[in-house]
Design a protein around this ligand. Sequence first.
Ligand code: GTP
Length: 597
Amino acid sequence: TAPQFIRNFSIVAHIDHGKSTLADRLMEITGAVSKREAKEQMLDDMAIERQRGITIKARAVTMHYTYKGQKYELNLIDTPGHVDFHYEVSRSLACCEGAVLLVDAFQGVEAQTVANAFAAMEHDLVIVPAMNKIDLNHARPDQVREEMVQTLGLDPDEVLGCSGKTGLGCEGILQAVIERIPAPSGDPKATLQAMVFDAHYDEFRGAITYVRIMNGTVKKGQKIKFIQQGTTHEVVELGHFAPQRKAANQLSAGQVGYLVCNIKSLGNIQIGDTVTVPGDHPAEALPGYEEPKRMVFCGLYPSDGQDFKQLREALDKLQINDPSFDFEPETSDALGFGFRCGFLGLLHMEIVQQRLEEEADIDLVQTAPNVTYEILTKSGETLEVHTPQRVPDHGEIEEFRQPIVRVNFILPTDYIGGIMKICADRRGTYVRTEYLSPTRAMLVYDLALADVIYDMHDRLKSTTRGYGTMDYEILGYRADDLVRMDILVKGERIDALSIVCNRGDADVRGRAIIKKLKEEIPRHMFEVSLQAAIGTRIVARENISAMRKNVTAKCYGGDISRKRKLWEKQKEGKKRMKSIGMVDIPQKAFLAVLETG
Ligand code: GTP
């Protein structure tokens, strides 16, 4: 297809505003999939995504649509809706000339609507604004249109209405895409230059690379070079997503499709990389390549020491599919051999854990998540620390820095006071308030990422009765008065329970953790002391008193099978426990530091 008859676009929206439903409807209208197939939500095809209702990985589909007698090739590039995946969103947008900005005609503008719209504007994309779900009785299109105009500076006359569910107005979306979004520029005869915007792993073919051709033409059988990765491969197969892979002979400037090159692992493909020709005259690397930034870390340990190998295999397998997740072996005095894992954000962490439990069937002990800290030592060294137990003792620290984020809250104006109080309690810096309408506002604060991942999402939801949404971007590191707090069980420091917190919060956090541990750790035959300490200073203490009677004592005189049953039961209950010293500590206790807000 000649570039003038190609349109490359994505749909951006807040979670649940109907992006997948609209994408399915567009595929159905253009005949890319049948009605029945459309029902099965083609575009986000991972089970966990469906369960959670979140589009995680960018996907692409090529559709054909005839408008005013001319056949057009429309490439829809899907983008993840969630903040953790900003980088992937940005790579996908870099492959488009325009974006349909979809807003639920009842819910109105939300945090990720704003974040996505700004991301699209940063990439100079033409925005096609649309209100979805106009079939709903309680839709309020006039107000929502006004919110879009207020927050995003859009022209009210350009805002379309549609329903991905009933199909109403959906052809209008396709026509606006053709009319308003410019055709890709680029020269099919120039040197090959293509953007890698996504990849997925296929059991039989290996890594499938998703590309947008910026310049030149790539042909089957040709040799190509990945500039960042520095590797050269032969193109074994290429083609379009229709939405399944459909082989073709070539892809040229402006087109979107896939390459199969006998690459064994997704770890060998970098999102944002540039594909060109090997040899002396390659094209220039496309701008904007970034290493994925892992900001949230936690320890994962098998609850049974023997599963270590099995856990490593499962993590390896996961990483093949998701290179933005990272892990390295770590040992904990308390938990033994395990792994320190790095994630893009909290949601990313949850997804990985869920996959591990579902796919690998391993009982995991997970430590509370923490952020990356930067520590300047007295000897002038700068350390990047991913785990509280590696934080040096206080005397050795010159400056202790933590990541700071700018958070956008969108919420009904009634709740502004409540959220401002929560942010102030967490030493947030107020930035501004913007009114989207008389009843809804955007509140902006700078906060420590550690405080945001700790419980901000839950607090926002409970304070606003579910009507508030939030999004954040990383601003950088800032020096703060932080301390490492240790937890001692029966006098022994449990390294996996150490946390980093603000000095001013230490007493309250320490008392709360100890109280929670007292609830979670069962009674033993002896007294168990619990202490929270900063250096040698004890900030909180409790004792779990000894058990009076042996449980099996009850069975004496009873028959042996009953006794066995009881042991069996106790074993079951111990499954998710770690024995430290002589104290059994259940998995839940390792998360105690989290549930103490
Ligand atoms: P994520 O993948 O989580 O980002 O969500 P999404 O934006 O893709 O939303 P999805 O298409 O999964 O739709 C969310 C919910 O809204 C589903 O329950 C849909 O059935 C419903 N929905 C989507 N479009 C419409 C519509 O036009 N009208 C009505 N009434 N409901 C819709």
